[in-house]
Structure formats: C-alpha cells, structure tokens
Design a binder for this molecule. Structure first.
Ligand SMILES: [Zn+2]
Length: 245
C-alpha cells in the first residue's frame, strides 16, 4: 500500500524565516536543508538557539563545551548561508517553556519579523523515539511566543522599553513532527549543504561515538520524505507539519 501524497509548502513569497531550537546541532538533522534552499533564493534566515548546549558532552565540562559548540554552530550556519545566529544562555538540560523563555522568543520574533517560524516538535513521542525535554520546551514555548509576539498587551515592556512592535508570523513549520503534512524540495545542492552543516558539529558527533554518517542519515531522511511527493523530479525533501497562524 502506498502512503498518501503530501503537497509542497508554498514558499514563493517567503522573505524572512526565524528558526528557534534548544541546542547547537538541532537544526542540522534535515531542517538546515530547507534553510540552504531558502538562503540560495535570497531569503533572510535567522537562528535563535535557546541554550549553548553546554551540557551535551559527558566527558567535557560545560565551560569548555559551550564555546566549542557555539563555534561548531557558526560553521554549520555558514554552510547553509545563515549569518544571523543568536545563542542564549538558558540552561541546557533543564530548559522550561516558561514566561521568561517565551519572552526571549517573542523579542526575537519582533526583531526579525519573520514570515515563517521553524521549531521543534513538542510531542513526547516522535518518529525517532522519546523526544528530549529541552526540545519539547523549545517547541511549546515557540508556539506560545508566536501569539505573544502578535499581542500588543503581552510583554508590554518590549514595546514601551525596547520599541518592538507586535508581529504576526504567518506560518509555523515543524520538521521532525510525528504527523508531517507538507514537503519542501531540498534536492541537490541544499541537501549537500545540509550534510556540511551537520558535519560541522564534528567534535560533538565524535563525542556521541559510533560510525554515524551525516551524509547517509540525511540522504535516508530526505529520500524517504520525497517518496511521499507526487513529483518524480523531487529526489529529496524535508517533511514538515505546517500550521497557518
Ligand atoms: Zn537538541
């Protein structure tokens, strides 16, 4: 039995995208392929990382790991044409979808005024297993912050103290969702750039161990998604759950 065909997300009029994730490397398991597609088309893409990922390497202390992972993330961004990277210092491992986190994201949405926001699944159960607590918090806080950003009566000091007008982004896209409903074509160069962006996290991936291949993993994820497309010329795609806000 063949699975149902998914439509392609219409990114024709997209000019600005904001990606909000918990950690360095979270964008690099498929989402950065769509980013590479967009930057090549002249779309301005900004990354907001809520933590520095300082608790991500068991054998090395956070004060060493934070700067190391920031450097790897800058290289990952460069591989897909992203120049605007912000890394906050919220606590890695114990991130919460708190009002403080929402306010940080709201500030960034109002500053960058995106058409599309990308974040992580907030569900506990995702396609690869049980989702990380920080990923769930990042996703949930981003959903709420999109509404906060568009409401002039929420976090009013962002307007009165920082001059940040309300902004309503039109779309929320969630790669890695357990229930994807649209596709983005990343065939060719975008996929190659995405592989480079994941390979940029070299020391982090080495710490995880094993014979992990960024190229093989991204090839598999995106080829599998493309099989849900009706267009035979699309060999690789990113599957997302798309929410019209
Ligand atoms: Zn992560």
């Amino acid at each position: 039995m063949s699975s149902p065909t998914l439509p392609f997300f219409d990114d024709t009029d997209v000019e600005r995208v904001l990606c909000v994730v918990a950690h360095p490397d979270d964008m690099e398991y498929g989402a950065s392929a769509a980013v590479a597609r967009w930057t090549s088309l002249g779309v301005r893409v900004s990354y907001l990382l809520l933590t520095a990922g300082e608790a991500g390497m068991r054998s090395r202390p956070p004060q060493e790991v934070g700067p190391l992972r920031a450097a790897e993330q800058r290289a990952a961004c460069a591989a897909v044409g992203v120049e605007d990277l912000t890394i906050l210092d919220l606590p890695d491992g114990t991130l919460e979808a708190s009002l403080q986190t929402r306010k940080h994201i709201t500030r960034h949405i109002r500053r960058t005024r995106p058409d599309v926001v990308i974040t992580q699944p907030w569900e506990l159960q995702v396609d690869w297993g049980l989702n990380h607590a920080d990923h769930r918090a990042a996703g949930l806080a981003t959903v709420d912050a999109m509404r906060d950003a568009d409401n002039p009566w929420v976090f009013t000091d962002l307007l009165t103290e920082e001059g940040l007008d309300p902004w309503g982004a039109q779309w929320l896209l969630v790669p890695g969702s357990p229930a994807p409903d649209q596709l983005i074509d990343v065939s060719g160069k975008p996929l190659q750039q995405a592989v480079e962006s994941l390979e940029a996290h070299a020391e982090y991936l080495a710490e995880l161990g094993g014979d992990f291949s960024p190229a093989a993993m991204l090839e598999e994820i995106t080829a599998s998604a493309a099989r849900q497309s009706s267009l035979p010329q699309v060999s690789h795609a990113l599957a997302v759950q798309a929410h019209r806000m």
